[in-house]
Design a protein around this ligand. Structure first.
Ligand SMILES: Nc1ncnc2c1ncn2[C@@H]1O[C@H](COP(=O)(O)OP(=O)(O)O)[C@@H](O)[C@H]1O
Ligand SMILES: [Mg+2]
Length: 363
């Protein structure tokens, strides 16, 4: 999969951008705050209609403007034109000029693997953030996942509400709670299976990828879930035994909304024991595994974005790491330090300089 062109109108600090990209390596360089990340953020938003660094889409609109448009031509088995238009009221997505009403139909089309600067922070941040990241990756691979997730969250809210109702009104019927529990578990099992499947497949690759980068060490992701190795009956039984505690607490205490993943290096949690370099390499090994997984599922290589290369990767290993990339994968790198990149790499790349709200290709 390749992004051939990118057109922006009033996106972040850019009024107009019109670019043609290389099928292989694209390097975007410039000083801090000139708009390098903004550019790759636009590519990412073309794929999943959202930014990776903010939740409020409206922030993507250039200050003082009323809307923004991101447009790109993507070549895969066929070549298609994609558009994301965001204004104060909401957003609209189009493929080949036709409006797509279901976003879940849109976001599975363009596959991007993105490495953010200092993304290893996620290893020691909250489980909620790790779940969110995992959800994004799985929903790009599995169309119905986002629907299960929305249904689960809706049922969870209803169940929590009813648990509080039971607390206030001791006479309220438990039958309705059982109905909600059954519903919750049905959606929960779908989500558990999708997550378990995802982690299992990532684990088929991640150990080998890590060793190629680092030389040694046994890396694996461990998936922790209340539903692990349990049948539906066992899960329901568990809720039945514990519902009084849930009533007392006024919320659902068990379920896939508490899931988490841990990266284990030589059986130890890398967030607690790993060096910063090891953590960065582990995240990158995860991204390389994701590339393989997408290739397996979609039968097409994703687009790779490495934002702020020298903060995202372990400095000493950068040349090794770049060499690990499949030469067919279209890659976007942003950096402030062009001179630190290998000369051979630069020779075969398209290079874009970002300055004063303009992007110019250097020939
Ligand atoms: N909505 C916006 N409208 C105008 N400028 C913006 C908007 N959002 C961010 N910017 C500007 O973009 C710049 C940061 O761009 P960024 O891509 O993060 O820089 P870097 O090159 O360091 O990656 C800042 O100067 C910021 O003021
Ligand atoms: Mg940046």
């Amino acid at each position: 999969m390749k992004l051939n062109t990118l057109k922006l109108v009033n996106f972040r600090n850019y009024e107009k951008v019109n670019l043609k990209f290389s099928n292989h390596l694209n390097i975007i360089y410039g000083n801090n705050s000139e708009g390098k990340t903004n550019l790759v953020e636009a590519i990412y938003a073309l794929s999943i209609t959202k930014s990776f660094r903010i939740n409020d889409d409206k922030m993507l609109i250039k200050n003082g403007c009323i809307s923004t448009k991101i447009e790109g031509e993507v070549e895969d088995k066929s070549t298609n034109n994609y558009e994301v238009i965001i204004n104060k009221e909401g957003k609209k997505v189009k493929i080949n000029n036709t409006v797509i009403s279901k976003v879940s139909d849109y976001i599975t089309k363009i596959n991007i693997v993105l490495l953010e600067p200092d993304e290893q922070m996620i290893l020691s941040s909250s489980p909620a953030l790790r779940r969110k990241k995992m959800n994004i990756e799985i929903s790009k691979l599995e169309k119905d996942y986002i629907i299960y997730l929305n249904n689960y969250n809706k049922t969870l809210k209803q169940r929590n509400f009813y648990l509080r109702e039971l607390y206030i009104n001791g006479n309220a019927s438990k039958i309705y709670l059982d109905i909600l529990t059954d519903k919750l578990v049905n959606y929960g099992i779908k989500i558990y299976e999708a997550r378990n499947n995802f982690i299992t497949k990532i684990n088929n690759y991640i150990g080998e990828k890590y060793q190629k980068i680092f030389g040694f060490g046994d890396l694996i992701i461990k998936y922790n879930s209340d539903y692990k190795n349990k049948t539906k009956e066992e899960i329901i039984d568990f809720y039945n035994k514990n519902y009084k505690r849930e009533i007392a607490m006024g919320k659902t205490l068990y379920g896939i909304h508490h899931d988490d993943i841990t990266f284990l290096l030589d059986k130890k949690n890398i967030a607690e024991w790993g060096s910063n370099g090891q953590q960065k390499n582990a995240i990158f090994a995860f991204k390389l595994s994701l590339i393989e997984l997408i290739k397996d599922v979609k039968d097409s290589l994703p687009i790779l974005i490495l934002d702020d290369l020298f903060s995202a990767l372990d400095n000493e290993k950068i040349d090794n790491i770049i060499e690990l990339l499949n030469s067919d994968i279209q890659t976007f790198i942003t950096t402030t330090e062009l001179e630190r990149l290998n000369k051979n790499l630069l020779k075969n790349a398209s290079i874009f300089k970002v300055k004063d709200h303009l992007v110019e290709e250097e020939f």
